[in-house]
Write a protein that binds this ligand. Structure first.
Ligand code: HSE
Length: 297
């Protein structure tokens, strides 16, 4: 009758995989509770950690819960509380964490009626309601955990990719505003074929590296020649952070989702600590507030 869950923050795109790849952070995310009530319907009774609407018709979690109860009518209601563990608008899938968390939590109270793929579809409704586009990269990573590939949108097909045990994420979230909608407007409408070839070859290389624990292949493939060049001007000191991260041992660095968070991947805790300090240094004394993240996947 009562359930408390953790719903992870996620890094979408992961450099070469625009709108197709996502990964879930093990230690950053939201805490949500779900309580069965006698009164039918969905109520969001408390939101802490961020200023978000509690009207279930416009809240990412509420939209998802309402859609699920419509599909699977029951004779009880559900109260939801949300504690945001990180800032919305960071590029770490904040609405996705709420949407995916709601899909997972409500499903438990419905006796596990829906499959992970169906939960991803419900969670996409939350993304659509809050960001305008039903993108699946963040929500699929949050639902399935680890690394995911959105192999197809129509029909929706999600592939869970294995994660090498020593892979770590270090990220910096500069507190500047980058709206996903704006960050999508700066993207090229057409891509030259030779750039497309480079990009999809890198996606293949990255996936292969993840399957075979080939950190060098992961490093070689972790580039984005299409989206990152068009967006990086939206993120202060992006090139410097990337350069310092690579110097400190990162396998690669890029924009997390549509930004402004800059993520890096690396092998092992010691290297992660080094990268953490190196990229923290690049922002010190720069008059921009920032948060640091270090997490397993
Ligand atoms: N993949 C999206 C983008 C953001 O880069 O615009 C996250 O869903």
């Amino acid at each position: 009758n009562y359930l408390k869950i953790f719903s992870p923050a996620t890094v979408a795109n992961v450099s070469c995989g625009f709108d197709a790849l996502g990964l879930a952070l093990e230690t950053v995310g939201d805490t949500m509770t779900f309580t069965k009530t006698i009164t039918k319907g969905v109520k969001i009774t408390k939101i802490t950690g961020a200023d978000l609407p509690s009207d279930p018709q416009i809240n990412a979690a509420g939209v998802v819960a309402l859609a699920m109860l419509e599909k699977h009518p029951v004779d009880f209601g559900i109260d939801i509380t949300i504690h945001k563990g990180y800032t919305p608008g960071s590029g770490l899938g904040s609405s996705a964490a709420s949407a995916a968390g709601a899909a997972f939590g409500v499903n438990q109270l419905l006796g596990n009626s829906f499959s992970p793929l169906e939960l991803t579809q419900f969670a996409m409704l939350g993304e659509e309601a809050t960001c305008g586009t039903p993108i699946a990269d963040n929500v699929s990573a949050a639902i399935y955990g680890g690394f995911t590939l959105v192999r197809s949108y129509k029909p929706l097909s999600i592939v869970k990719i294995p994660v090498p045990a020593d892979l770590r994420v270090v990220a910096i979230h500069p507190q500047v505003e980058v709206k996903t909608k704006d960050a999508r407007e700066v993207l090229p409408k057409k891509v030259p074929l030779k750039d497309a070839v480079t990009q999809w070859a890198n996606v293949g290389g990255l996936i292969s590296g993840l399957y075979t624990n080939d950190y060098q292949l992961i490093a070689d493939s972790l580039t984005d020649i299409i989206v990152e060049p068009a967006r990086k001007h939206l993120i202060p000191h992006f090139d410097e952070v990337k350069q310092q991260a690579i110097k400190a041992g990162a396998l690669g660095a890029g924009i997390s989702g549509s930004g402004p968070t800059i993520f890096t991947l690396c092998k092992g805790d010691a290297t992660a600590e080094n990268i953490y300090k190196a990229i923290q240094n690049t922002y010190q004394g720069k008059q921009i507030d920032f948060n640091m993240i270090l997490s397993k996947i």
